[in-house]
Design a binder for this molecule. Structure first.
Ligand SMILES: C[S@@+](CC[C@H](N)C(=O)[O-])C[C@H]1O[C@@H](n2cnc3c(N)ncnc32)[C@H](O)[C@@H]1O
Length: 213
């Protein structure tokens, strides 16, 4: 069962194989045209370097993350000072010198709205099937009507184990709606030796986008 305790335990025991120290190349290549100063939401952000890349583009970045360890490591690893306030069920950690906040708490308790864009890498695919619809609905409710989205998903055959879960193309379209477009995909079995030796015929990363341009 993928519960909140599951994720907290993963962070406590350092089992964070999903984390990458470098900025995601798909983000740099496919981030949509969004005006500087826009409010960007990063659900289930972990301690991703992508938060920093987005803040350095001049956006007001808000990550949401369950694990206090992820928050402390993010600010510590990046030598950022920050201050914290408790707001309802969540703690808000604000960087002192960058337009960046991490909201520490359960994403489903996070109720701010009006975000202009959303970046989802390893968040939708971290949700078990029975929670995906609720996750996408909750995310849509946080976004303004014209908001842009960059979404990175995974799909694979063979034994279904997760997270990350395999989310097929039709499911992404069903969840996000007809305006979502596939902009790139790559079979990681072919290009990344970390995935070789898996008993699968494909393990595909797919990049999706909703833009209003
Ligand atoms: C697979 S990791 C991806 C992290 C990040 N997006 C990245 O690319 O490195 C999923 C993250 O979501 C967090 N998480 C899981 N369920 C959550 C929830 N309900 N609310 C907030 N964060 C959650 C986990 O602690 C974990 O850090």
């Amino acid at each position: 069962m993928v519960t909140n305790e599951f994720w907290l335990e993963r962070w406590q025991s350092g089992r964070i194989g999903f984390h990458r120290d470098e900025v995601n190349p798909w983000l740099v290549q496919y981030w949509p045209q969004v005006a500087r100063g826009a409010k960007v939401l990063v659900p289930l952000c972990g301690k991703s370097a992508d938060l920093l890349w987005l803040a350095n583009q001049g956006y007001e970045v808000t990550g949401v993350e369950l694990s206090p360890m992820a928050v402390v490591q993010f600010f510590g690893d990046n030598d950022l000072t920050y201050h914290t306030e408790q707001v309802g069920n969540v703690k808000i950690h604000k960087a002192n010198d960058l337009p960046l906040r991490i909201v520490e708490g359960d994403y489903f308790d996070f109720d701010e709205t009006g975000f202009d864009a959303c970046y989802d890498r390893a968040a939708l695919v971290a949700m078990p099937e029975e929670k995906r619809e609720q996750y996408v609905l909750h995310t849509k409710q946080r976004l303004s009507p014209q908001a842009a989205l960059l979404l990175i998903t995974l799909s694979y055959d063979g034994e279904q184990m997760g997270p990350p879960f395999s989310v097929l193309d039709f499911e992404v379209t069903e969840l996000w709606g007809e305006w979502i477009r596939k902009v790139a995909s790559e079979d990681l079995l072919q290009v990344d030796e970390r995935y070789q030796g898996l008993d699968r015929t494909f393990y595909e990363e797919t990049v999706w986008r909703i833009t209003t341009q």
